[in-house]
Structures are given as C-alpha cells and as structure tokens.
Design a binder for this molecule. Structure first.
Ligand code: DAH
Length: 337
C-alpha cells in the first residue's frame, strides 16, 4: 500500500505540474484528490487494517495528500498569474553600466602627500581623534591656562579629554613610544570649535611632520618644505619663511608660497594686504620643553616640526572657493576631481 501511495503521489505531482489550462487541472484534481479518487479510497479503507498498519499507512497517505494539495495550489497560482505571456528578455539590449565611484578629493590628496613624504624618507604615524589634554596641549608646551590653547579651541569630551584640534598630538605619542631618531608624518582629521564660513570648518584634515635626529637645522626644514611644496604646487613654486609663534617650536615660522595666480603682485585670491603671498603651513624647530615632556634630552637631540591644513592646500591648488563644498556631498562638485 505504501508503494501505491508513493506512486500516486508522483503521478499526481506530475499531472498538476503538466496541466496547461484550468480544465486539465480540474480533471487532475478530480483524479488525484477527488472524492472518488484512489487516494481517498485508500484512506477510507484504512479502517479494515490492523491498528499498527492503520497508523503507518494513514500517516503516509495523509502526507501524500497534503503534498498533492500543495502542488494543486501551486499549479492554480501558476495558471492564474501565467495566463499572459511571461516577461521577455531582450538579450540584445546594451547592458546597464554600474555606477563607478572614486575617492574623495581630500582622501586622494592625503595619499598624494603621503607619497611625496615617503619619497623623502618619512613614514606615516597615526593617533586617536579623541585625545587627552596632555597630548593635545600640555606636552606641546601649552600648559593649562596657556593663552595659545584658546586659538585652537576644540570640543571637550570631559575636562581632560577632547577631540584633537591638530595632529601635532601624534608627534607626542610617537616620541613617547620610541627613542630618536624620528622621521614621520601624521595625517588625520582634526576638530575645532569654529564659526563655519568659506575658510573655516569644525572638522578638517591636517598633516603634521616631525624629524628628530642629532644635527637637524632650520636649513633642513626649509629644504624639505621647499621640496614638498614644489612637488605639490609645481616646480615654479617660490616659498618664504616668516617669523611666527607656535608654543611647540622655537623659532617658529609661517611658510608662504608666492601666489601662483598673480605671481606675487597681490590679487583677490591672496588678498591685497598679503603682498602676493599665501600662507600654507606652520613650522619650526622643536621646543626643548616638548622634548622634556616626552623624555628626550634636549641637549642631545634636535628636530623640526611642521603642520599643514589639507583643505587649504587643496582649495588653493584646485581653486575650490568654499571649504564647505568638501563636506556637502554634492556629486556635481565631487565628480570634478
Ligand atoms: N598645530 C598647528 C595648527 O594646528 C600647525 C603647526 C604649526 C604644526 C607649526 C607644527 C608647527 O608642527 O611647527 O595650527
């Protein structure tokens, strides 16, 4: 009997699947599931079996019935939906091109800067965006209450923890973790409590540089920055150092490039009062107090450091008029680079 049930199950399944129209399906239904169908008859005859046989054959027959009901329902659904010809595919249509993205300009420029400095023997160091007060200020010769803290006002997470306002903090972490010599750049995101306008944003990117060795001079610093700026802005680039104050260097300098729009005459980009120069970064010789803070002997080691704002470099080189454009995610802007 079990064998017969299995045979009916297979035959019925095939009959439902092969039914091409409603009439064929109906006659298959009558034949396999109808009141006079063989399966129904088998179920009716169960009462004549011994109790053990009845249980086994009954379960088997009920399963087959349930399965066939399922096949019937599927066939009905198929005939209802598939009455109209199915969707056709035109295999000769040209394919749809998947949209291809690319790196954000800031990201690719960061990589470019890393490449230039890698060629000059610098390796890349990274540090946390959420930084201790010690690494962001105190160890950089800005003890609590130092007025220069206000110029790089940041967001505080707690009294001693802030979002780093510059990547200079990574200098400290690297020097704390290894003895000299050091030759690194530290690219990364920084945060400031700024009123946002065309040239200020509360979040931007910097690349810090640090070189510590036995005999390091201001001339080395000037040489490396001249090399870098010529690579970045082109071989015609002229640079100058002007005295400037940063607590973590002595002497400190702001580094300018001659305005490449007006060639130094003074214009709308560099400003009438700049005399034709564009400030691009800050630099100087590492202050002895910074060496003391990280446990380096300032009598034995010398170093230079520099820091640059990546958005500013990119705005100058690519003529982007507003720093906010980098962060608005407007594809019309981003696709241009
Ligand atoms: N940390 C400075 C800033 O955020 C940039 C800077 C200036 C870094 C001079 C330096 C430096 O290492 O020597 O404005």
């Amino acid at each position: 009997m079990i064998e017969r049930i299995d045979a009916l199950r297979t035959e019925g399944e095939r009959a439902f699947a092969d039914s091409g129209d409603v009439a064929a399906l109906e006659s298959a239904r009558v034949r396999f599931l109808g009141r006079k169908s063989e399966l129904t008859g088998l179920l009716r005859g169960l009462k004549d079996l011994s109790p053990e046989e009845r249980a086994a054959v009954g379960a088997h027959a009920n399963k087959a019935r349930a399965h066939l009901e399922q096949c019937l329902a599927e066939a009905e659904a198929r005939l209802a939906g598939g009455a109209a010809p199915g969707p056709t595919r035109d295999v000769t249509l040209p394919g749809r091109r998947p949209p291809v993205g690319h790196r954000h300009l800031i990201d690719s420029v960061l990589e470019e800067i890393e490449g230039i400095f890698a060629g000059l023997g610098f390796s890349v160091a990274e540090g946390p965006d959420v930084e201790s007060d010690w690494h962001a200020f105190t160890a950089l010769n800005m003890p609590e209450g130092h007025p220069a803290r206000a110029t790089t006002d940041t967001f505080y997470v707690s009294r001693d923890v802030c979002l780093r306002p510059h990547t200079s903090s990574v200098q400290i972490r690297v020097m704390e973790s290894q003895p000299p010599p050091v030759r690194i750049i530290c690219p990364g995101r920084v945060y400031r409590n700024e009123a946002v306008d065309a040239t200020h944003h509360f979040e931007f990117h910097q690349v810090e540089g640090l070189y510590v060795d036995r005999d390091v001079s201001l001339a080395d610093l000037k040489g490396i920055l001249d090399r870098f700026l010529k690579e970045f802005f082109g071989p015609e680039t002229v640079i100058r150092f002007a005295p400037s104050y940063y607590p973590f260097v002595e002497p400190g300098a702001s580094v300018d490039i001659r305005c490449f729009f007006c060639k130094g005459k003074g214009c709308g980009v560099c400003g009438p009062l700049s005399g034709g120069w564009l400030e691009v970064l800050g630099a100087g010789m590492v202050h002895p107090n910074v060496f003391r803070a990280v446990g380096y002997d300032p009598e034995a080691w010398m170093g230079y450091a520099f820091g640059m704002g990546v958005e500013r470099l990119v705005m100058l080189r690519h003529g982007v008029p507003d720093i906010r454009m980098f962060y608005q995610n407007d594809l019309r802007v981003l696709r241009q680079f």
